[in-house]
Design a protein around this ligand. Structure first.
Ligand code: WT7
Length: 567
């Protein structure tokens, strides 16, 4: 079921990007330095701060600023492959930091600003990060874990916004190795020669959750830009002469880097970045007042807009919007129908991919008619299939494992220092996505669910293990098991089953206290929205928590095989 009327799309993208054969491909150079002179003067970033700030940066300005930051990192002794983490709100310095780090060939780890100390510690320690760039508001969360991070050499603090935000900039520099981002930038040269960068040079690391163990760091490479660019051009339909593009994802997640940084800027397209969080009113205002033309968002956000009601939506004029796309969870047919009604007949185009694929794989691209509820068809050059448990292809309309040939240049290289887990994802020449799906006779793929019990809450993957680990650190909690419970708005919510230590009584206030505890440690999206207190939790004889059983009971489903259940 392949499109035959297409030449090699990755080759097309390489040609379009005019990649210099000799010195390879650097994501930062391609996005910021290589555009025609006239495009370099155009607006690259339109930034809307959460306090009403408004800033504009041309490609040339971002190019110079990232050169400066590359020089800052070089002066601090950063070497290729060193891990540099960016823990910032969605402010312009986030983008400058990412690009500066890529120019020196560091591996850059963008961290979502809602992460708490535990989540940050897991990631920085696993990666042995040497530098973190942060803000006065977020820095206390780094300081809290600093003594557990022996590899951390410097913390750079972006103070520029502190005054408007009434933060105490000076008190943010507390330790000897705390440095001011601005002071370092001020004395750094605006020219920098980016070293030759091979396609497989490591670039970005995104942590992704599994059912067991801590989150794993999926390592991406500079060559990914070829796939990110091709899909941004074809699927998001981006054109620099016409579009103002808004990707609502934070760069802490792969959508926010692949399509909130690399794809669009490789094409010279103007991107809008809104620092604030979700608000139906604010989002509608941005779409209307800024004149957004292409919009990439997530089913959860769409469902929340739907919840805010048609009356609010009808107060705005969305006539500039010409293309809508979605990723992260299955896109409900109702959401497509609602979008058509509100956005003047435009349909949301669902796209399926994962952190590991680095770019879209199964897509609804313009020109392909949308079947509401289907994820679309493989992007030209992507080979996808449905296999049974014996790794054999199944006939159409049969559910099975969704697998891919790892052929896109954006495919992750490895999970950081986890060769065993990396290898376990590749079997019989296929990459196993961990999703279950089926294909119809016309080649469209339909999503069924996840193979394991990783929770997808509002488009964010949450591993039960991370949440359980945080829960049992609460003084009252003896044991904890966490499942995803179906939820109409968030797809799933995190639900916890907890048994208490003796001397503690279940109560509403204890429940709230535990929720707050996890929320402040892990992240706002990962705390259990529901907690049930049980005298004890079901476990296998070998001591493994039987989350599957808890889930079956919760949903009133058959309990299945309970032969390994502890007495
Ligand atoms: C998992 C990947 C890369 C996007 C952000 C999430 C689910 C993603 C869809 C879709 C149904 C989807 C899958 C996938 N997912 N897009 N269009 N329809 N499910 O990246 O955190 O690595 O999560 O999200 O289960 O495996 P991620």
């Amino acid at each position: 079921m392949h499109d035959t009327n297409h030449s090699n799309p990755w080759q097309d993208a390489e040609n379009w990007l005019g990649l210099p054969r000799a010195n390879g491909v650097n994501q930062a150079t391609i996005c910021l330095d290589n555009h025609p002179a006239e495009v370099m003067q155009r607006e690259a970033l339109r930034w809307l701060g959460q306090y009403g700030e408004r800033e504009h940066y041309s490609f040339e300005e971002l190019s110079r600023l990232s050169n400066q930051f590359a020089n800052v990192l070089t002066q601090l002794g950063v070497q290729p492959s060193d891990r540099v983490f960016v823990f910032l709100e969605r402010i312009p310095e986030l983008y400058v930091s990412v690009f500066g780090a890529l120019k020196v060939q560091a591996i850059v780890g963008p961290l979502f600003s809602a992460f708490g100390p535990e989540a940050i510690l897991d990631r920085l320690a696993d990666c042995e990060a040497s530098i973190v760039i942060t803000s006065p508001a977020l820095k206390p969360r780094i300081d809290a874990i600093r003594d557990q991070l022996p590899s951390l050499k410097y913390v750079l603090v972006v103070n520029r916004h502190a005054q408007t935000r009434m933060e105490q900039a000076s008190s943010a520099l507390r330790f000897d190795n705390d440095l001011s981002f601005e002071q370092r930038m001020d004395v750094a040269s605006t020219t920098f020669t980016v070293p030759d960068t091979a396609a497989d040079t490591k670039s970005v690391i995104h942590y992704t959750s599994g059912t067991t163990g801590k989150p794993k760091g999926a390592v991406h490479c500079h060559g990914a830009v070829v796939a990110q660019s091709a899909t941004a051009r074809v699927v998001l339909d981006l054109d620099r002469n016409r579009d103002l593009y808004w990707c609502t994802a934070d760069p802490g997640w792969v959508t926010g880097t692949s399509y909130g940084i690399f794809g669009p800027w490789s094409l010279g397209v103007t991107q809008l970045v809104y620092e604030g969080g979700f608000s139906a009113q604010d989002w509608y205002q941005i779409l209307q007042n800024e004149g957004v033309t292409v919009w990439y968002t997530a089913p959860t956000a769409i469902r929340m807009l739907m919840k805010a009601g048609d009356k609010l939506a009808k107060m705005f004029n969305f006539s500039t919007l010409r293309h809508l796309a979605s990723v992260g969870e299955p896109l409900n047919p109702e959401a497509i129908a609602w979008g058509e009604r509100i956005f003047l007949g435009k349909q949301f185009h669902d796209t399926w991919w994962q952190t590991e694929t680095g770019a879209m794989q199964i897509v609804n691209r313009p020109g392909l008619s949308i079947k509401p509820g289907a994820m679309g068809k493989p992007f030209p050059g992507v080979e996808a299939a449905i296999l049974d448990d014996r790794h054999q292809p199944v006939p159409p309309k049969t559910e099975g494992h969704l697998v891919l040939k790892p052929s896109a240049p954006s495919f992750f290289l490895e999970y950081w220092r986890r060769p065993d887990v990396t290898a376990s994802k590749f079997k019989a020449g296929w990459y196993f996505t961990g999703d279950r799906a089926w294909q119809d006779e016309e080649g469209y793929f339909w999503f069924v669910g996840r193979d394991d019990d990783v929770i997808n809450t509002a488009g964010h993957l949450v591993g039960p293990f991370e949440v359980e680990s945080a829960l049992i650190e609460h003084p009252a909690v003896a044991e904890a098991a966490v499942i995803g419970k179906p939820n109409p708005e968030r797809l799933e919510i995190v639900k916890a089953f907890v048994s208490l230590k003796t001397g503690y009584e279940a109560s509403d206030s204890l429940c709230k206290d535990i929720q707050q505890f996890v929320r402040s440690r892990l992240a706002a999206h990962a705390y259990p929205r529901e907690i049930d207190f049980l005298p004890s939790l079901p476990k296998t004889r070998s001591g493994k928590l039987m989350r599957r059983l808890l889930k079956a009971r919760e949903l009133g489903l058959p309990e299945g095989d309970t032969s390994t259940l502890e007495d």
